[in-house]
Ligand binder design. Structure first.
Ligand code: CP
Ligand code: NVA
Length: 303
């Protein structure tokens, strides 16, 4: 049976930490021109139903660096579940490819694809989850802090796929995770409940942005309206305007706070230019680390 990475919780706590260490090693090896090439002769399908800069590029570059070939296809061609059944797509692709990376809307479509595929499937973002993002972010936290255990992370804004994946991570490894959001933009209730029930992390929900960043080592932002929800942009902006990451807000966090954002950012909305381009920002390290962590994830599940 093939191994998938559809959610952070597809790894055990130990596998998660090992993968982060391995990603840091791979980053050093790659920079030294010594990246291993275990995927020589293997092809990977990249199925993207939403736009992407980082995820597509980092998977393509990463697969190439590992010796493999990445083939990109959009839903205009596949029409998943419309032109043909997801189960048929999965079985056909399993005859050509060594693995599938998919970005789409519904988590259940990714799960169905994985259920029918004989090859590993990686979730490159759904409406519900963005596990590769959080792995890269945890790697970045590990690099800056030495370890991830006990890191005080405050996520501000929409309770979206990124927030949900942070909660999943907090159900495995001990974090001090605060989600500061409006009452109408809470993260997924089941995922929040499971993370709280796991009893691994200190998880706090607040609707006050200043309280939200109190004591934070890492303050994290994302767009207020995710892909597929841009019609709700003004409604979300009205709900979340007080959660903007700006210099005034950061005064309430630790003085050496690091500011994170998965990107793309809507500058002037959820984060100001001053903060994005300021001394606390580590957003481009996060973007870079997507490359290395995804290589580590692929190598782990292809073992
Ligand atoms: N952070 C992220 O996943 O970026 P893209 O949407 O550009 O891939
Ligand atoms: N929450 C955002 C993340 C983009 C990388 C979205 O889904 O659009």
């Amino acid at each position: 049976m093939s191994r998938d990475f559809l959610a952070v919780t597809d790894f055990t706590d130990q596998e998660l930490i090992q993968t982060l260490h391995f990603a840091i090693d791979l980053k050093k090896l790659t920079k030294a021109g010594e990246c291993p090439r275990p995927f020589e002769g293997k092809s990977f399908g990249l199925i993207f139903h939403k736009p992407s800069l980082r995820t597509r590029m980092s998977f393509e570059v990463g697969i190439n660096q590992l010796g493999g070939k990445a083939l990109f296809i959009t839903d205009a061609e596949i029409q998943l579940g419309v032109r043909e059944a997801i189960s048929d797509v999965a079985r056909v692709l399993s005859r050509y490819l060594a693995g599938i990376v998919i970005r789409t809307y519904h988590q259940k479509h990714v799960e169905e694809l994985a259920q029918w595929a004989d090859i590993p499937v990686v979730n490159a973002l759904t409406d519900l989850l963005h596990p590769c993002q959080i792995m890269g972010d945890l790697m970045t936290i590990m690099e800056y802090r030495g370890s991830v255990e006990g890191a005080a992370v405050s996520y501000l804004g929409d309770g979206n796929n990124v927030a949900n994946s942070f909660l999943n991570a907090a159900s495995l490894i001990p974090l001090k995770l605060t989600i500061a959001c409006s009452e109408s933009t809470m993260p997924n209730a089941d995922i929040l409940h499971r993370a709280q029930e796991a009893g691994v992390s200190e998880i706090r929900i607040t609707h006050d942005p200043f309280d939200g960043v109190e004591g934070a080592e890492f303050v994290y932002g994302d767009v207020w309206a995710s892909m597929g929800q841009k019609d709700k942009a003004s409604e979300k902006a009205a709900l979340l305007k007080n959660f903007q990451i700006n210099d005034k807000l950061l005064k309430h966090a630790k003085s050496n706070v690091k500011v994170m954002h998965c990107l793309p950012a809507e500058r002037g909305k959820e984060i100001t230019d001053e903060v994005m381009d300021g001394p606390h920002s580590i957003v481009f390290d996060q973007a870079e680390n997507r490359l290395h962590v995804q290589k580590a994830i692929l190598m782990k599940i292809m073992e």
